[in-house]
Design a protein. Structure first.
Length: 173
């Protein structure tokens, strides 16, 4: 009987120690990725309207993990009922149509730049996948990619439509 109690006590101590180690590991990971809501985005103007601004943002994203984590959190807060709506909102918040006209998803010879190679592309994926209801969808990655491709393809048409409406309103006045 004493032996059984002693073995149970040892097992209980081992389990307690494991639980404490897990808690400490979790706390350290939380502290590593702790993101305050007070982070300032003063150094980057959104939406981005030039390749130079985009290059500056890309450099900052590559060098500053904290900034990257804050931007992912900020973009994931945009939300949307569907992946399509959320990605479109993120893209319109981040980029001007004029800049998007310079890109295709995979690039196209010397004519267009590749959007898929940008760090901001990865951030869009991370932001959408942070939303629980979207992360559980098996086709989430493909859906995000398709919407980004669609937005990039449509940007010249949206820009032309916007310019045409400006011309019509100025002629009406």
């Amino acid at each position: 009987m004493k032996f059984e109690i002693r073995t149970i006590d040892e097992k209980l101590n081992n389990l307690t120690q494991l639980v404490e180690e897990n808690n400490n590991n979790l706390k350290s990971k939380i502290n590593e990725t702790d993101i305050s809501d007070n982070y300032q985005f003063d150094d980057i103007d959104l939406p981005i309207n030039s390749l130079d601004m985009l290059d500056n943002l890309e450099i900052k994203l590559m060098n500053d993990k904290t900034y990257r984590a804050h931007l992912v959190k900020r973009l994931s807060a945009i939300g949307g009922k569907t992946i399509k709506i959320m990605v479109k909102r993120i893209m319109s918040m981040l980029f001007m149509q004029e800049l998007l006209c310079e890109f295709s998803y995979n690039g196209r010879g010397n004519k267009k730049h590749s959007f898929s190679k940008l760090m901001i592309n990865k951030l869009i994926f991370q932001s959408v996948q942070q939303i629980k209801k979207f992360s559980m969808i098996e086709t989430c990655t493909n859906d995000i990619e398709e919407v980004i491709k669609y937005v990039l393809i449509q940007s010249p048409f949206k820009l032309k439509k916007k310019q045409d409406s400006v011309v019509v309103t100025t002629m009406a006045n």
